[in-house]
Structures are given as C-alpha cells and as structure tokens.
Write a protein of this length. Structure first.
Lengths: 116, 108
C-alpha cells in the first residue's frame, strides 16, 4: 500500500524549533520529488517546500525561506522539515505529499502549534 | 508569483445538482492546473490534473476544463459524499506552487 506517515508535530514556543518527519512506503521514494504543504486552522492549503529526487534542488515559499529546511534520506525512505525561528503564523497541520507537479499521495498530517 | 483566484468561496447546492467552481490565474498557465477535494479532518485528495485529466479512481461525474487563465471544475450530479471543500493548484511555475483559496460546497 502506498503510504506517507508524518510525525514530529507538537507545541513549541515562538522562536523555537521542531523537526518533522515523513516515512514513505509502497513506492520507490527515491524516484519522486516530495513536498510539504500546510494548512492553518480553518484556512486553505499552502505549499511550503519541495525537494528533488536526489536532494540537489530545494525550493521554498517566501514566508519560510531562511527559517525552514527540507531534506530527505532515500536510504530510509524519509522526508524531513527542519523548522527554526517558529512564529505563531506557522501554526498549521503539515502534510507531506508525493510531488508529481500535482500531489497524488498525501500523508494524514501532523499538527504544529506555536504558542507561549 | 502567480496568483489563483477561486470562486465562489462557498456554494450551497442539493443532491443531484450540477455545480461549477472557477479558478482564474493572474497570468496564463497553459493547462498546468490540478483540483483537489478535502473533507473535514482529512488530507486533500487529487481529483484532476492537467486541467482535465481525471485521476485514477475518481468518479466520472467530476470533470475539469480550461486553459490559459480560466478553469472550471464541474460536478455533474452531486452525491452526498461530494459535499466538501475544493481547491485548485497551479504548477506552471513549478517547482514553485500556489493554491486557490478554496470553495466550500455545502448542502442546501
């Protein structure tokens, strides 16, 4: 079964850091671009970042540039999002998604809450 | 950045109705547009890509059309399970991606 499972979310204070993980199974992870997409409570979808198959290219939405870092470990079939200098506006459910230009496979999401 | 304007933001309809949701891009994006359905508490589900290609397993009552700047998602005969929020997404500027604001489809 093709599956993505996120983990690592939680409550963090403003200015803090968090690392999200996404475990992939059921497909050849190393053959696909991967993305992170987030959704603030009651709001719409926002693409956050994506990464090429070999990790050589990474792209970010302007609002997270310099604070978030996307990475992957193809040997572990895993995608990561390192989030630093977190702000209240980063509060959201974070989804990892298989990126074929459209997002055809999604994880269940992990909630990140930034609050003091 | 390419902006996507989705309309309406909400829509009330009845089972059996035909509904149309529109996305307009701030510049031409050829056919590089996808549509998603999201139900409360769930991850989005890909319905259509390349503006009009139905994702495998998606019912044929869903259809997409358009190119350039104007796109539509049509549901030909609403079923109870279709009441959800719908999003469009452009990937013309890939790897940079943007979504529309969403359309909430409610039962009348």
């Amino acid at each position: 079964e093709v599956q993505l499972v996120e983990s690592g979310g939680g409550l963090v204070q403003p200015g803090g850091s968090l690392r999200l993980s996404c475990a992939a199974s059921g497909f050849t992870f190393s053959s696909y671009w991967m993305s992170w997409v987030r959704q603030a409570p009651g709001k719409g979808l926002e693409w956050v970042a994506n990464i090429k198959q070999d990790g050589s290219e990474k792209y970010y939405v302007d609002s997270v540039k310099g604070r978030f870092t996307i990475s992957r470990d193809n040997a572990k079939n895993s995608l990561y999002l390192q989030m630093n200098s977190l702000r209240a506006e980063d509060t959201a459910v974070y989804y990892c998604a298989r990126d074929t230009r459209a997002f055809d496979i999604w994880g269940q999401g992990t909630m990140v809450t930034v609050s003091s | 950045a390419i902006r996507i304007t989705q309309s309406p933001s909400s829509l009330s309809a009845s089972t059996g109705d035909r509904v149309t949701i529109t996305c307009r891009a701030s510049q031409g994006i050829s056919s590089y547009l996808a549509w998603y359905q999201q139900k409360p508490g769930k991850a989005p589900k890909l319905l259509i890509y390349a503006a009009s290609t139905l994702q495998s397993g998606v019912p044929s009552r869903f259809s997409g059309s358009g190119s350039g700047t104007d796109f539509t998602l049509t549901i030909s005969c609403l079923q109870s399970e279709d009441f959800a929020t719908y999003y469009c997404q452009q990937y013309y500027s890939y790897p940079l991606i943007t979504f529309g604001q969403g359309t909430r489809l409610e039962i009348k």
